[in-house]
Ligand binder design. Structure first.
Ligand SMILES: *Cc1c(COP(=O)(O)O)cnc(C)c1O
Length: 376
């Protein structure tokens, strides 16, 4: 097993990933489950998460770009992989040769795709824009023409058709509008040969039951997190998979008036114990965390002074021994709270954890792998 030589690490509980897959599969046994592992599996590690999810019953993978898909293929994964973003036309033959499915997002792109001299069949999912106005076809004439063009192309297989919901975690009326609009946009298509009709991301599938689709794209829920606990009350538990830890590497006592960190922005108001923690913005622990709390031996300790590139300082209620564990995300400090306190979403906190932070993979209490992505 790989060793790592610093006191900051992320722990990923692969049992939690498997558990979340099984929960969603149990709730939707007839639907194909695409697990979304873009952006290095939301910071958890794409290959490890994918293999665990597939073993637990996931049917397909979804990523953002072709590079991400190729990485998974090269790790030996054989299930269908869908690229959700735009792929350049010159890269289509490469995708086809690795049996990677692409998103057909635009009518010009589709026109040029069907004109390519392809030697191998490329699988595509037609992307319909039902109201988010990101990728996809917006009007019904376009949807019909593009679908027919793809159908006629001998080296193209329409494997799926899908849309993406923009408000499932905040506005049910707009969600319903998008669902109805999606149905309207695809109603004149002969979808009998299309394997996957899919529209549900995590928030959508936690929010509502749908009959007419047969695919789910599970992103944040795979990692055990509800996109918005207040807006989406759920009856079952998801298990968060990632924890972020560091250690105290130095302790010092300040006198009243002593200052801390770059810019001397924090001043001790009495005699105070300060701990130095080796994590900073180069690890994805950005400067906005100043003033927030981390957990040390059950105490909430304030991050004082500016967060540096590689380190930060925290105020301790008492002098803890060197090497005492600091929890930045985990027991007592869920990622939802971390995100809320700096005005963002869990997604962003997780994706920000940089590749300098080693990932420690656990099953049960056992460490089964360590990945040092930056240093591979
Ligand atoms: C990222 C993404 C998802 C997954 O969304 P979650 O909210 O994480 O479940 C699904 N579909 C598309 C098109 C995406 O880009």
């Amino acid at each position: 097993m790989q060793e790592f030589y610093r006191d900051t690490w992320a722990e990923i509980d692969l049992d939690a990933i498997a558990y979340n897959v099984k929960q969603i599969k149990d709730l939707h046994p007839t639907k194909s489950l695409f697990v979304v592992v873009k952006a290095n599996g939301y910071g958890h590690g794409d290959v490890e998460v994918s293999k665990t999810a597939i073993e637990a019953g996931a049917d397909c993978l979804a990523v953002s770009g072709l590079d991400e898909a190729l990485r998974l293929r090269q790790s030996g994964i054989t299930v269908p992989i869908l690229v959700l973003g735009m792929t350049r036309l010159k890269d289509v033959p490469l995708a086809a040769s690795y049996n990677i499915s692409l998103t057909a997002h635009d009518s010009m792109w589709i026109e040029q795709l069907v004109a390519l001299p392809l030697k191998e069949t490329v699988k595509v999912h037609l992307k319909v824009d039902s109201g988010m106005h990101r990728l996809g076809l917006t009007d019904i004439e376009q949807v019909i023409t593009c679908f027919e063009n793809l159908q006629k192309a001998p080296m193209v297989e329409i494997e799926g058709i899908f849309t993406h919901m923009s408000t499932a975690d905040c506005d049910k009326d707009y969600l319903s509008y998008q669902v109805e609009n999606f149905k309207r946009l695809i109603k004149d298509l002969d979808l009998s040969d299309v394997k996957y009709i899919h529209l549900e991301n995590t928030a959508t599938l936690l929010q509502q039951e749908f009959e007419f689709d047969h695919g789910i794209r599970l992103g944040l829920g795979l990692y055990g997190i509800n996109p918005d606990e207040e807006f989406i009350p759920i009856q079952f538990k998801l298990k968060p998979a990632l924890k972020l830890f560091s250690n105290i590497v130095q302790i010092k006592q300040l006198k009243k008036g002593d200052k801390v960190g770059y810019g001397a922005t924090y001043e001790a108001s009495e005699a105070e114990w300060i701990g130095v923690v080796p994590i900073g913005y180069a690890d994805g622990w950005i400067r906005l965390h100043q003033g927030r709390r981390v957990i040390v031996n059950g105490f909430e300790c304030e991050i004082v002074g500016r967060v540096c590139m590689d380190q930060m300082m925290i105020r301790l209620p008492q002098p803890f021994p060197m090497g005492t564990i600091v929890t930045l995300i985990g027991e007592g400090m869920p990622v939802e709270r971390v995100a809320r306190e700096i005005g963002t979403i869990s997604y962003e906190i997780l994706c920000l954890i940089s590749d300098r932070v080693p990932r420690v993979y656990k099953k049960g209490d056992e460490v089964i792998a360590v990945k040092k992505m930056r240093f591979e």
